[in-house]
Design a binder for this molecule. Sequence first.
Ligand SMILES: [Zn+2]
Ligand SMILES: [Zn+2]
Length: 66
Amino acid sequence: MKPHFVCIGGCGKMSETQTKCNSIGCWRARNPLGECFCTDNKHTDFYTQYNLDIEKVEKLNISNSD
Ligand SMILES: [Zn+2]
Ligand SMILES: [Zn+2]
């Protein structure tokens, strides 16, 4: 998996190119995504780096799909 960009806000926004979060309601919306180098698509180290609660992120992803 290539390096990719993930929203630091934990909304689940992900991109192959550096861009800004556009998720409605995300506290990091309109801010740049952070670069992630994970290979399993779970962004574990990335979320740890930014002190994000992975369980909370997964819940956010679920609520986003409503
Ligand atoms: Zn976001
Ligand atoms: Zn990742």
